[in-house]
Design a protein around this ligand. Structure first.
Ligand SMILES: Nc1ncnc2c1ncn2[C@@H]1O[C@H](COP(=O)(O)OP(=O)(O)OP(=O)(O)O)[C@@H](O)[C@H]1O
Length: 229
Protein backbone atom coordinates (compact mmCIF):
# COMPACT_ATOMS: atom_id res chain seq x y z
CA UNK A 1 0.00 0.00 0.00
CA UNK A 2 1.52 3.34 -0.98
CA UNK A 3 1.28 6.15 1.54
CA UNK A 4 0.84 9.83 0.76
CA UNK A 5 3.94 11.71 1.82
CA UNK A 6 1.88 14.63 3.20
CA UNK A 7 0.12 12.46 5.79
CA UNK A 8 1.02 13.07 9.44
CA UNK A 9 3.67 10.69 10.75
CA UNK A 10 1.88 9.85 14.04
CA UNK A 11 -1.49 8.24 14.63
CA UNK A 12 -4.58 10.00 13.36
CA UNK A 13 -7.66 10.28 15.54
CA UNK A 14 -11.13 10.57 14.04
CA UNK A 15 -13.76 11.91 16.44
CA UNK A 16 -17.45 12.54 15.90
CA UNK A 17 -19.97 14.16 18.20
CA UNK A 18 -22.80 16.66 18.26
CA UNK A 19 -24.77 14.46 15.89
CA UNK A 20 -28.47 14.75 16.57
CA UNK A 21 -30.95 13.24 14.14
CA UNK A 22 -34.70 13.16 14.52
CA UNK A 23 -37.11 11.50 12.11
CA UNK A 24 -40.68 12.55 12.86
CA UNK A 25 -41.25 11.99 16.57
CA UNK A 26 -38.25 9.73 16.97
CA UNK A 27 -34.77 10.85 17.94
CA UNK A 28 -32.52 8.31 16.24
CA UNK A 29 -29.20 9.82 17.28
CA UNK A 30 -28.80 12.03 20.32
CA UNK A 31 -25.87 11.54 22.60
CA UNK A 32 -22.95 10.46 20.43
CA UNK A 33 -19.24 10.54 20.98
CA UNK A 34 -17.21 8.22 18.77
CA UNK A 35 -13.47 7.90 18.42
CA UNK A 36 -11.44 5.83 15.97
CA UNK A 37 -7.67 5.90 15.85
CA UNK A 38 -5.43 4.63 13.07
CA UNK A 39 -4.23 1.19 14.09
CA UNK A 40 -7.63 0.33 15.58
CA UNK A 41 -10.66 -1.63 14.51
CA UNK A 42 -13.77 -0.15 16.10
CA UNK A 43 -17.00 -2.14 16.07
CA UNK A 44 -20.40 -0.48 16.01
CA UNK A 45 -23.27 -2.75 17.01
CA UNK A 46 -26.94 -2.08 17.52
CA UNK A 47 -30.39 -3.47 16.88
CA UNK A 48 -32.07 -3.04 13.48
CA UNK A 49 -33.06 0.59 13.05
CA UNK A 50 -30.85 1.86 15.88
CA UNK A 51 -29.11 4.32 13.53
CA UNK A 52 -25.79 2.69 12.65
CA UNK A 53 -26.03 3.43 8.92
CA UNK A 54 -27.22 6.98 9.58
CA UNK A 55 -24.22 7.53 11.85
CA UNK A 56 -21.75 6.24 9.27
CA UNK A 57 -23.35 8.36 6.54
CA UNK A 58 -23.08 11.42 8.78
CA UNK A 59 -19.42 10.83 9.63
CA UNK A 60 -18.59 10.32 5.95
CA UNK A 61 -20.45 13.53 5.11
CA UNK A 62 -23.08 12.00 2.84
CA UNK A 63 -25.80 13.18 5.25
CA UNK A 64 -25.67 16.84 6.22
CA UNK A 65 -26.49 17.35 9.90
CA UNK A 66 -26.50 20.79 11.54
CA UNK A 67 -23.95 21.05 14.39
CA UNK A 68 -22.37 17.67 13.59
CA UNK A 69 -18.72 17.78 14.50
CA UNK A 70 -16.30 15.42 12.76
CA UNK A 71 -12.64 16.03 13.53
CA UNK A 72 -9.31 14.48 12.67
CA UNK A 73 -6.55 15.29 15.14
CA UNK A 74 -8.78 18.10 16.37
CA UNK A 75 -9.27 19.63 12.92
CA UNK A 76 -12.85 20.08 11.72
CA UNK A 77 -13.43 17.93 8.58
CA UNK A 78 -17.04 18.33 7.48
CA UNK A 79 -17.84 16.93 4.99
CA UNK A 80 -15.07 14.39 5.54
CA UNK A 81 -15.25 12.85 2.06
CA UNK A 82 -13.96 16.12 0.58
CA UNK A 83 -10.59 15.63 2.28
CA UNK A 84 -8.32 13.63 -0.05
CA UNK A 85 -6.90 10.46 1.45
CA UNK A 86 -8.87 10.81 4.66
CA UNK A 87 -11.55 8.15 4.52
CA UNK A 88 -13.66 5.92 2.34
CA UNK A 89 -17.04 4.35 3.01
CA UNK A 90 -18.73 1.13 1.98
CA UNK A 91 -22.49 1.65 2.24
CA UNK A 92 -24.98 -1.20 2.58
CA UNK A 93 -25.78 -0.83 -1.10
CA UNK A 94 -23.24 -1.57 -3.86
CA UNK A 95 -20.77 1.31 -4.10
CA UNK A 96 -19.02 0.89 -7.43
CA UNK A 97 -20.61 1.09 -10.90
CA UNK A 98 -21.61 -2.49 -11.81
CA UNK A 99 -20.33 -2.09 -15.39
CA UNK A 100 -16.72 -1.76 -14.19
CA UNK A 101 -14.43 -4.75 -14.38
CA UNK A 102 -12.47 -5.61 -11.26
CA UNK A 103 -9.33 -4.23 -12.93
CA UNK A 104 -11.10 -0.95 -13.77
CA UNK A 105 -12.57 -0.66 -10.26
CA UNK A 106 -9.15 -1.20 -8.69
CA UNK A 107 -7.59 1.36 -11.07
CA UNK A 108 -10.26 3.89 -10.18
CA UNK A 109 -9.39 3.52 -6.48
CA UNK A 110 -5.63 3.39 -7.08
CA UNK A 111 -5.42 -0.13 -5.64
CA UNK A 112 -3.11 -2.96 -6.69
CA UNK A 113 -5.71 -5.65 -7.43
CA UNK A 114 -3.26 -8.55 -7.25
CA UNK A 115 -2.10 -7.47 -3.81
CA UNK A 116 -5.63 -6.72 -2.55
CA UNK A 117 -6.86 -10.19 -3.51
CA UNK A 118 -3.67 -12.11 -2.69
CA UNK A 119 -5.43 -14.13 0.04
CA UNK A 120 -8.43 -14.85 -2.16
CA UNK A 121 -7.04 -16.93 -5.06
CA UNK A 122 -10.57 -17.73 -6.33
CA UNK A 123 -10.91 -14.09 -7.39
CA UNK A 124 -7.93 -14.17 -9.74
CA UNK A 125 -9.87 -15.74 -12.61
CA UNK A 126 -12.49 -12.97 -12.29
CA UNK A 127 -10.26 -9.90 -12.76
CA UNK A 128 -11.60 -9.18 -16.26
CA UNK A 129 -15.26 -9.63 -15.32
CA UNK A 130 -17.67 -6.80 -14.59
CA UNK A 131 -18.84 -6.38 -11.00
CA UNK A 132 -22.38 -7.07 -12.26
CA UNK A 133 -21.21 -10.49 -13.44
CA UNK A 134 -19.95 -11.56 -10.01
CA UNK A 135 -22.11 -13.30 -7.42
CA UNK A 136 -23.55 -10.97 -4.77
CA UNK A 137 -21.16 -12.25 -2.09
CA UNK A 138 -18.10 -12.01 -4.34
CA UNK A 139 -19.01 -8.46 -5.40
CA UNK A 140 -19.37 -7.47 -1.73
CA UNK A 141 -16.02 -9.06 -0.88
CA UNK A 142 -14.24 -7.33 -3.78
CA UNK A 143 -15.63 -3.92 -2.84
CA UNK A 144 -14.63 -4.36 0.81
CA UNK A 145 -11.12 -5.47 -0.20
CA UNK A 146 -10.65 -2.54 -2.57
CA UNK A 147 -11.70 0.03 0.04
CA UNK A 148 -9.58 -1.69 2.67
CA UNK A 149 -6.50 -1.51 0.44
CA UNK A 150 -7.20 2.02 -0.84
CA UNK A 151 -4.83 4.64 0.51
CA UNK A 152 -7.01 6.36 3.10
CA UNK A 153 -6.41 6.91 6.80
CA UNK A 154 -9.84 5.50 7.70
CA UNK A 155 -12.42 3.12 6.23
CA UNK A 156 -16.06 2.98 7.27
CA UNK A 157 -17.74 -0.34 6.52
CA UNK A 158 -21.49 -0.85 6.70
CA UNK A 159 -22.10 -4.62 6.75
CA UNK A 160 -18.99 -5.66 4.81
CA UNK A 161 -19.65 -9.35 5.56
CA UNK A 162 -23.19 -9.30 4.20
CA UNK A 163 -23.69 -12.21 1.79
CA UNK A 164 -20.03 -13.25 1.98
CA UNK A 165 -19.53 -16.98 2.58
CA UNK A 166 -18.05 -18.00 5.97
CA UNK A 167 -14.60 -18.99 4.70
CA UNK A 168 -14.22 -15.57 3.08
CA UNK A 169 -15.70 -13.76 6.10
CA UNK A 170 -12.88 -15.27 8.17
CA UNK A 171 -10.26 -14.33 5.59
CA UNK A 172 -11.65 -10.79 5.23
CA UNK A 173 -11.62 -10.35 9.03
CA UNK A 174 -7.97 -11.48 9.03
CA UNK A 175 -7.19 -9.05 6.23
CA UNK A 176 -8.77 -6.24 8.26
CA UNK A 177 -6.59 -7.13 11.22
CA UNK A 178 -3.50 -7.24 9.03
CA UNK A 179 -4.21 -3.85 7.45
CA UNK A 180 -5.22 -1.98 10.58
CA UNK A 181 -1.56 -1.09 11.06
CA UNK A 182 -2.12 1.25 8.07
CA UNK A 183 -5.52 2.68 8.94
CA UNK A 184 -8.43 2.96 11.34
CA UNK A 185 -11.51 0.88 10.62
CA UNK A 186 -15.06 1.51 11.75
CA UNK A 187 -17.21 -1.55 11.10
CA UNK A 188 -20.86 -2.24 11.64
CA UNK A 189 -22.10 -5.74 10.91
CA UNK A 190 -24.54 -8.13 12.56
CA UNK A 191 -21.95 -10.94 12.20
CA UNK A 192 -20.97 -10.09 15.79
CA UNK A 193 -19.20 -13.43 16.35
CA UNK A 194 -16.72 -12.45 13.64
CA UNK A 195 -16.65 -8.74 14.48
CA UNK A 196 -16.02 -8.91 18.25
CA UNK A 197 -12.71 -10.82 18.18
CA UNK A 198 -11.09 -8.33 15.80
CA UNK A 199 -12.24 -5.16 17.57
CA UNK A 200 -10.08 -2.98 19.78
CA UNK A 201 -13.12 -0.98 20.83
CA UNK A 202 -16.83 -1.86 20.68
CA UNK A 203 -19.68 0.63 20.73
CA UNK A 204 -23.35 -0.15 21.05
CA UNK A 205 -25.92 2.24 19.66
CA UNK A 206 -28.92 2.04 21.96
CA UNK A 207 -31.93 4.36 22.03
CA UNK A 208 -29.99 7.22 20.42
CA UNK A 209 -27.01 6.92 22.77
CA UNK A 210 -23.62 5.54 21.85
CA UNK A 211 -22.29 3.32 24.63
CA UNK A 212 -18.68 2.25 24.77
CA UNK A 213 -18.61 -1.33 26.00
CA UNK A 214 -15.87 -2.46 28.36
CA UNK A 215 -15.47 -5.69 30.29
CA UNK A 216 -17.81 -8.54 29.38
CA UNK A 217 -19.07 -7.24 26.04
CA UNK A 218 -21.34 -10.20 25.29
CA UNK A 219 -23.08 -9.89 28.65
CA UNK A 220 -23.77 -6.21 28.00
CA UNK A 221 -25.01 -7.01 24.51
CA UNK A 222 -27.47 -9.43 26.13
CA UNK A 223 -28.48 -6.85 28.75
CA UNK A 224 -29.30 -4.31 26.04
CA UNK A 225 -31.28 -6.82 23.99
CA UNK A 226 -28.87 -7.11 21.09
CA UNK A 227 -28.11 -10.76 21.85
CA UNK A 228 -30.64 -13.29 23.10
CA UNK A 229 -30.22 -13.99 26.79
N1 LIG B 1 -34.79 9.37 5.34
C1 LIG B 1 -35.37 8.83 6.42
N2 LIG B 1 -36.62 9.21 6.81
C2 LIG B 1 -37.21 8.69 7.90
N3 LIG B 1 -36.63 7.77 8.69
C3 LIG B 1 -35.41 7.33 8.34
C4 LIG B 1 -34.72 7.84 7.19
N4 LIG B 1 -33.51 7.24 7.11
C5 LIG B 1 -33.45 6.39 8.16
N5 LIG B 1 -34.59 6.44 8.88
C6 LIG B 1 -34.88 5.69 10.11
O1 LIG B 1 -33.78 5.86 10.98
C7 LIG B 1 -33.61 4.68 11.74
C8 LIG B 1 -32.16 4.24 11.68
O2 LIG B 1 -31.90 3.71 10.38
P1 LIG B 1 -30.53 3.00 10.05
O3 LIG B 1 -30.61 2.52 8.64
O4 LIG B 1 -29.41 3.90 10.41
O5 LIG B 1 -30.53 1.76 11.06
P2 LIG B 1 -29.45 0.62 11.25
O6 LIG B 1 -29.04 0.64 12.69
O7 LIG B 1 -28.36 0.77 10.25
O8 LIG B 1 -30.33 -0.66 10.98
P3 LIG B 1 -29.98 -2.11 10.34
O9 LIG B 1 -29.26 -2.89 11.39
O10 LIG B 1 -31.35 -2.66 10.05
O11 LIG B 1 -29.17 -1.88 9.08
C9 LIG B 1 -34.60 3.65 11.21
O12 LIG B 1 -35.70 3.61 12.08
C10 LIG B 1 -34.98 4.20 9.86
O13 LIG B 1 -36.29 3.83 9.52
Amino acid sequence: MSRNSDKPAGPQVLEADGIRIVFGERQVLGSIYLRVQTGQIVGLLGRNGSGKSVLLQTIFGARAVADASVRVNGRHVVPAFRHPGLLNYLPQEPLLPPSLSLVQAADMLGVDLTRATARFPELRSQFGRRLSELSGGSARLVQALLLLHADTAFSLFDEPFSGVMPVHVEALAEEMQRLKSHKGLLITDHRYAEVLPICDVVYLLHQGRLLKLDGDVREQLRDYGYLAS
